[in-house]
Design a protein around this ligand. Sequence first.
Ligand code: URA
Ligand code: SF4
Length: 247
Amino acid sequence: MTQAERRAALEAIAAEVRTCTRCRLADGRTNAVPGEGSPDTEVVLIGEGPGFNEDRLGRPFIGRAGDLLTKLLGSIEWRRDDVFITNVVKCRPPDNRDPEPDEVAACAPYLKRQLEVIDPALIVTLGRHSMGRFMPGARISQAHGTTGPVDPASGAQDATVFAMYHPAAALRGAEVERQSFEDIGLAPRVLLDARARRAAAPATTTRPADLVAPESPAAADPAAELAPVMALDADPRALDAADLTIF
Ligand code: URA
Ligand code: SF4
């Protein structure tokens, strides 16, 4: 797909989302929030669902949690426009309650189609609801800052998932905030590894290189061996330490 085709396909999905009535969340919304960002990106960030501010403006992550997300991205010199940002459910749950399983199921085809169009190398999950879609059974307290393979049934054909705390959780606790900055600091290297994995696979696509900092040795020398930063094959389901259950 060309960039223009991707953009048009994402806009077609967004238009459907804006008028969607597939679940009860349609009743309470002001605006559906399809997601936004670069149609050409290698990186998709996925939150839980729109909050108050997002519902008012129809854009993802624009409230306080969004400001922190923008700062987190800024700390690794990524801009919001360089990535694609969306949510598991596209309409605001009343009083910011958790989305119900039937609402998540009703909305899932939109996320799947967005992932099919973008075909990202890296999916960053924000919070446990989003993580649960890509790392079933994982606990956020253990899985944040780690990666895993993405099931192609998600729509993303050849992607790596990287779990992070939800920025709203980081707003509520200094330790989670500190950890979130530490975790996002791993993202450029995780992207390099994800890209290298895809390049080794038969179906290779060429994407812009601007999300990897030029000072990164592997970016300067693509032949440089990519050190594994984290346990790609650690099974989060094996981890049973206490779950903080914040997002
Ligand atoms: N929280 C989310 O999960 N998503 C948003 O878009 C905003 C806040
Ligand atoms: Fe449709 Fe998703 Fe909104 Fe439910 S949350 S009405 S499925 S767009």
